[in-house]
Design a protein. Structure first.
Ligand code: GLC
Length: 510
């Protein structure tokens, strides 16, 4: 979009300002210029990717970063995913069967079928095994998740050998595919084709490490005894720890988070492992798919609009108010929260101040699902504040776009946030973000000062600091000319993958 070229706070500037180590700063600043000129094969492994299967931010990243990399014609990019029964049926009908074989899982052999589908320049492979992946409801959270992803991690490597698609780079994401790095480096190196592969492991959230009892080490994962020191942590199998130790490069999803995970408050026990491997850890801010999240073309919106002409946004707002039984008023600011309703999203700050916020002339809209305490609390509050507060307990793509476009202010006060994508999406739809300065929130939203900045921020995890900042945003909202400026800056901030895809290329090049 032409508008992204306008003078604004760009994620590029924020990235270089906050990159953790000096060496990383130097590297990331130069990265965008580096484009592979020789052909490189990159294979991503992950547990979800949009539009095939999505439950969180990881799916957005695996649905958009490979596509951005594939724009460089020298990159041959593939993604391998599990073929869950919940994979989008319409797309699934187009997959081609490639091969099948048996995969070693502990002392057993399990069937793996491989399907292929080329989508937006990226080749997707799907590993089929109904015993592991044909499940009702969610895609994770089963008693045998360890076994399911032990199978998947190994099946990915076996697929590579079977189809003879050995990559230059194997890029694994989160604990579900951490096992592939451990197998690759610890058990498959006897094969020269595997030995040549370089590996990148990306931590999307260090909270979820893939921890299993030590009895699974051999019987389930089939790890060889010499890997024990690398994979064991605190008396358990810890897949993320193993991948951090064994991967050639580790990255995480924002420069600030790369710095934060050296501290115990953020690292969920792994701070010393992070510090020990510091020299190979990089923070690269995620981007979003700006074609997919585009207010100019988004089909979910009541009316499309652009940064140059936001008039359609007023219609989106009025329709949203009607839909949620809020009085249709142009002048009242709508403050929105779209989030998984879990504690690290900073919901306690909202819980303790929402009544004082609602005593003012505002409307508050909450969309999300998660922990029952928060679901109940927000449902209860909106029943008590009818016409001021509306809560919808759901994960709903259509409604989320209507809120991103119809609201004025987006609140995201996370206690921890490796990257966070909603603040970027909201900004793109002209809904100005208020964030706490942590992780990727700190790297993507900069406080509005008049001459720069694209949102509002506060530092301490303190409810009244948050409320103070919300009030500052409301005051700014009332001055229409100033608001137009901050909104324009938010909408024209470059959140695309353009810069960051170059940063990944540079990591691969290393
Ligand atoms: C995880 C993180 C989130 C990040 C996403 C994509 O869901 O919690 O902050 O944006 O991964 O990397």
């Amino acid at each position: 979009m032409a508008t992204t070229k306008k003078k604004t706070t760009t994620s590029k500037t924020t990235t270089s300002k906050t990159t953790t180590s000096k060496t990383a700063t130097k590297k990331t600043e130069k990265l965008p210029k580096i484009k592979f000129t020789e052909r490189k094969k990159i294979i991503f492994l992950g547990s979800e990717a949009a539009p095939f299967i999505a439950t969180g931010g990881l799916a957005d990243v695996l649905g958009s970063l490979p596509k951005a990399l594939a724009k460089n014609k020298n990159n041959d990019v593939s993604v391998i995913l599990p073929l869950y029964s919940a994979v989008n049926q319409e797309l699934r009908a187009k997959f081609t069967f490639m091969t099948s074989f048996n995969v070693s899982v502990g002392w057993r052999w399990q069937y793996a079928g491989v399907f292929k589908y080329v989508y937006q320049g990226v080749t997707f492979y799907f590993i089929d095994n109904e015993y592991y992946f044909k499940r009702e409801g969610n895609i994770y959270g089963f008693y045998d998740d360890g076994e399911r992803f032990a199978f998947f991690s190994r099946a990915c490597l076996d697929t590579i050998a079977r189809l003879n698609i050995y990559p230059d780079i194997l890029h694994c994401n989160d604990w579900q595919t951490a096992g592939s790095i451990i197998y690759l480096k610890g058990m498959y190196y006897g094969d020269e084709n595997f030995r040549k592969i370089k590996s990148v492991f990306t931590i999307h959230n260090i909270e979820y490490q893939g921890i299993f009892g030590m009895d699974t080490f051999e019987s389930l994962f089939g790890f060889s005894a010499n890997l024990r020191q690398l994979v064991e942590f605190d008396g358990n199998v810890n897949l993320m720890k193993g991948a951090i130790e064994m991967s050639d490069i580790v990255s995480t999803v924002s420069p600030t988070y790369a710095k934060e995970i050296k501290y115990s408050f953020f690292a969920h026990g792994l701070e010393n492992i992070i510090k020990r491997n510091e020299q190979k850890i990089y923070g690269i801010l995620n981007g979003i798919d700006i074609d997919y999240y585009n207010p100019e073309t988004d089909k979910f919106l009541f009316k499309n609009y652009t940064a140059e002409d936001v008039s359609g946004k007023a219609i989106c707002k009025a329709e949203l108010q009607k839909m949620l039984n809020l009085p249709v008023r142009e002048d009242v600011p709508i403050i929105a929260v779209i989030s998984r309703l879990v504690s690290h999203k900073g919901l306690d700050l909202i819980r303790s101040t929402i009544e004082s916020l609602l005593s003012q002339d505002v409307q508050v809209v909450i969309l999300g699902k998660g922990e029952i305490v928060y679901e109940n609390f927000f449902t209860h509050i909106s029943a008590n504040y009818k016409g001021k507060c509306a809560t919808v307990i759901a994960f709903n793509q259509d409604l989320s776009r209507k809120i991103y476009s119809g609201a004025d202010i987006f609140l995201m006060p996370s206690k921890m946030e490796p990257c966070g994508l909603s603040q970027m999406i909201a900004s793109r739809y002209g809904t100005v973000a208020i964030v706490r300065e942590t992780g990727g929130l700190n790297d993507s939203i900069k406080p509005y000062t008049g001459s720069e900045g694209n949102g509002f921020t506060f530092h301490d995890y303190n409810a009244h600091d948050m409320l103070y900042t919300i009030n500052e945003a409301i005051r700014t909202y009332k001055d229409k000319n100033v608001w137009k400026d901050v909104q324009y800056r938010a909408m024209t901030t470059d959140f695309s993958w353009k810069v960051q895809a170059g940063e990944y290329e540079s990591l691969y090049k290393k």
